[in-house]
Design a protein around this ligand. Sequence first.
Ligand code: HEM
Length: 165
Amino acid sequence: MKRAMIALMVTGLAIVALFAFVGDEYYLWVKAGHVIAVIAWMAGMLYLPRLFVYHCDAAPGSVQSETFKVMERRLYRAIINPAMIATWAFGLWLAWQGFAFSGGWLHAKLAAVLVLSGVHGYLGGAVRRFAEDRNTKPARHWRMVNEVPTLLMIVIVILVIVKPF
Ligand code: HEM
């Protein structure tokens, strides 16, 4: 909860700073930052459930299990969390500056990104449960979870590039 509050505050401050100090001539630079952050976020969101699949096969207390815990914690804290914050901060600025938050495609995209952020939170809970050797889900479950960010990413990219409505 404490970390979630800090992440919310950092996101809020980053968005306020962007809105206050960046002019619309920087639109393409902000968009480049957005896409870079998206790539880092998605890379982590696709890799983390894969780690869980292999972690399920490692006996609790074994060297492999402890190594997976370190990999999962670092991936989540050092890559996935900051990349999500940057994606939201840049994305909201682009939505305001470029589109005044209007357009069916943008609203649908925001809904899909909210679901993706929910998956992000679910994976964060799983990192904690694996760290405490309390995971009860089988490898098959994590294989299925692995597909969710992929499907959402396909929908989101089509919405923002094709803008079908
Ligand atoms: C966090 C909330 C997000 C918001 C508010 C947001 C909003 C936006 C906006 C307004 C643009 C500019 C579109 C344009 O200039 O035509 C954009 C670009 C883009 N976004 Fe997002 N986005 C978010 C998250 C994401 C996510 C999660 C992905 C991918 C999984 C993504 C992928 C992209 C891509 C690829 C572009 C470049 C599109 C282009 O230049 O044609 N965005 N985003």
